[in-house]
Write a protein of this length. Structure first.
Lengths: 275, 383
């Protein structure tokens, strides 16, 4: 069968701002893949796209909001979660998702993550973790593995990084998962599950950043980082949360999975039935 | 949008912070996000109690960075939203006050000023956030800041702040102070039917081709809300009329100029002041907020002593009633500016007059008494 044009538009075009493409992300970057998974999860959800809201902070991942044909809010650095909190409280009909990067959510915005999770605010936080500040050119951040090189850790990072699933679970998130941008089906399913749940949900997606992180750590191109994931990733939903630390500089496993799926009273629900 | 809540109509003997909270309720505020800070905390406490009664939401946030962000999120969801704070918190809010300016998000920020800089005098009065209110966030922008001088004005100007914010799609500051916030006076709250609400302009129903940041001659774009189907993008980046990020210098110039113009071209309409004894005044005393109360008395005493003293009280500190200062300078030989800082508004006055501006300052911690203001009037009258 030869060259018959069967589709004229991309199947996700109704949820993307095609007039804003091409996007700004570097070749080999994982963010576009994550955006694709997010759109698929939203479209599969019970909530119409008009009621889905994407809030992001600043950084490469923060730019996702601008490519989605949704009501989307590109806020200040670190403040996506409290912005989303205000929006959700003012209109509980909205399905509000924060999609942002590791530096935005866990360095400058870390405090807000703690408190939104503690409150069990009914929002979703999807974090693209690329182990560095990509937009500013590859500086170390709160998830940069110990020993990794970056423009601000020329002798190797001396900080220990966050173990994000452990952190989220300890704070009471009702759903916690980690995948990589290689695991597109799992990412989409995890996001769909998070969108379905009431309460604070968290999905971490490891994604290659060949320019900001790969180059300075001799990982190579984006594809090489995906290969690295493929070699090192193990899937274990029941893995002890404290074992989920990532160390890309060692030949250590990276554990993925759906670690937490529990019920907890969401923020703002009545304390008593009659209330 | 929620139904119009019932204000606390009638005569009340309440402190300024409570009056402010009731002004917010009367204005239809249905969302407050804040963080406890002296001397504004009573506003949060009152609204924690009152908002649920009128179907609103109160949330105590983890800090003032988050409070301001939550206020913006709520505003985009379609409600009238506010926060209240004092100097240190006001500083943290500057980040998202800038985002409110850039994204044209109506909201109200109450700053009950205390002695500053830094932690300063948490429980005692100051007026040193005047310039922070104008210039505190980075970049060029114009702001509206009301300066209440009584508990009644804590009510009236909070109500007015919401209307100005909604009409122009801007953050509006109520720049109160500890004395006005904590003193107790009679406050008269009108009937609901006598309270006027101004609403943000709304776009036509969702459809093709809405350019959410395109405006007509009034320079204020209609505001779609999250979840209505407009599918808009809102960003703190420089953006074009579609709301899309732009790195064009022309787009930047156009946007920043419009955001500034929509306030500055209305300066005459927005600016408010109170004055007395100015018709033949040779010395005009300018004071605002709590200090205006001492200044009013000092002017009266000067008149009793035969000095032609006048009184000018800015009700809006921003826009500053500079044109009124310029006009009064035609006849006055000198001005006195009394304020609880080291001369922030005196400096602004000097942009509008070449006549001497005699400063009566105190860094804060106690209210300026009438005596030093009267002494300055007497000194100025001999020029």
């Amino acid at each position: 069968m030869v060259g018959e044009l069967i589709v004229k538009t991309h199947p996700l075009d109704d949820a993307l701002r095609a007039d804003r493409l091409p996007h700004i992300w570097c070749p080999g970057c994982g963010i576009g893949t994550v955006m694709d998974c997010f759109v698929r999860a939203m479209k599969a959800s019970d909530t119409p796209l008009d009621k889905h809201i994407c809030v992001s902070g600043i950084g490469c991942t923060g730019r996702v909001a601008g490519y989605l044909a949704l009501d989307s809010f590109h806020t200040t650095h670190g403040r996506a979660i409290p912005f989303a909190t205000g929006m959700k409280l003012a209109n509980p009909e909205l399905e509000v998702t924060v999609l942002s990067g590791d530096g935005d959510l866990f360095a400058i915005g870390g405090n807000h993550f703690l408190h939104a999770a503690r409150r069990n605010m009914d929002i979703n936080v999807f974090c693209v973790n690329n182990f560095n500040y990509g937009m500013t050119g590859g500086q170390a951040g709160p998830t940069t593995p110990r020993g990794s090189f970056s423009t601000t850790t020329p002798a190797g990072n001396v900080d220990d990084p966050f173990n994000l699933p452990h952190l989220a679970a300890a704070l009471g998130a009702v759903y916690v998962a980690r995948w990589t941008s290689l695991h597109v089906r799992q990412v989409e399913k995890s996001m769909a599950r998070a969108l379905q749940k009431k309460g604070f949900t968290f999905v971490e997606i490891l994604a290659p950043c060949p320019i900001g992180y790969g180059k300075s750590n001799d990982i190579g191109e984006g594809l090489d980082e995906l290969e690295l994931y493929k070699r090192h990733c193990i899937i274990d939903d029941g893995a002890p949360l404290e074992s989920l630390q990532i160390d890309l500089t060692q030949d250590a496993p990276i554990t993925l999975g759906n670690f937490v799926d529990i019920e907890r009273r969401p923020y703002g629900s009545p304390l008593r039935e009659e209330a | 949008m929620t139904a119009k809540p019932q204000p606390l109509t009638g005569h009340h003997f309440i402190n300024g912070d409570i009056a402010c909270a009731e002004g917010a309720i009367a204005a239809g505020c249905s969302f407050f996000a804040g963080y406890p800070i002296t001397p504004s905390t009573e506003i949060a406490e009152r609204l924690a109690q009152r908002l649920p009664q009128v179907g609103g939401r109160f949330i105590q946030m983890e800090d003032e960075l988050g409070s301001m962000a939550a206020v913006l999120g709520a505003s985009w969801a379609g409600v009238r939203a506010m926060t209240a704070t004092s100097g240190p918190g006001f500083t943290l809010m500057m980040e998202n006050i800038g985002l409110a300016v850039m994204t044209e998000t109506p909201c109200v920020v109450v700053d009950v000023q205390r002695g500053s800089p830094s932690t300063g005098l948490p429980t005692l009065v100051g007026q040193s956030d005047v310039m922070q209110a104008k210039w505190g966030s980075h970049g060029d922008y114009e702001i509206v800041a009301y300066s209440p001088g009584s508990c009644q004005e804590m009510f009236d100007l909070t109500l007015k702040a919401f209307n100005t914010a909604e009409r122009l799609r801007i953050p509006v500051i109520v720049l109160a102070d500890e004395v006005v916030g904590h003193m107790t006076e009679r406050v008269v709250i009108p009937e609901a039917s006598a309270i006027v609400w101004e609403h943000r302009k709304r776009p036509p129903t969702p459809g093709n081709g809405l350019r959410p940041f395109a405006t007509g001659a009034d320079l204020v774009p209609p505001m779609p809300l999250a979840g209505e189907g407009y599918r808009i993008h809102v960003t703190g980046l420089t953006h074009d009329e579609r709301g899309y990020p732009s790195t064009s210098a022309e787009d930047h110039e156009r946007l920043v100029r419009r955001l500034s113009d929509k306030v500055s071209l209305r300066a005459a309409e927005i600016t408010e002041y109170e004055e007395s004894f100015v018709d033949d005044a040779e010395v005009v005393v300018l004071a605002y907020g709590c200090v205006s109360r001492s200044a009013r008395r000092a002017v009266r005493e000067a008149r009793e002593r035969g000095i032609k003293a006048g009184f000018l009280r800015p009700i809006t500190l921003w826009p500053f009633p500079g044109e009124r200062v310029r006009a009064l300078a035609q006849q006055a030989k000198a001005f006195v500016c009394a304020e609880l800082n080291l001369g922030q508004v005196a400096r602004e006055m000097e942009r509008f007059t070449s006549k001497p501006v005699i400063r009566v300052n105190h860094a804060g911690g106690e209210l300026l008494a009438p005596a030093p203001i009267l002494a300055a009037i007497e000194g100025a009258s001999r020029w």
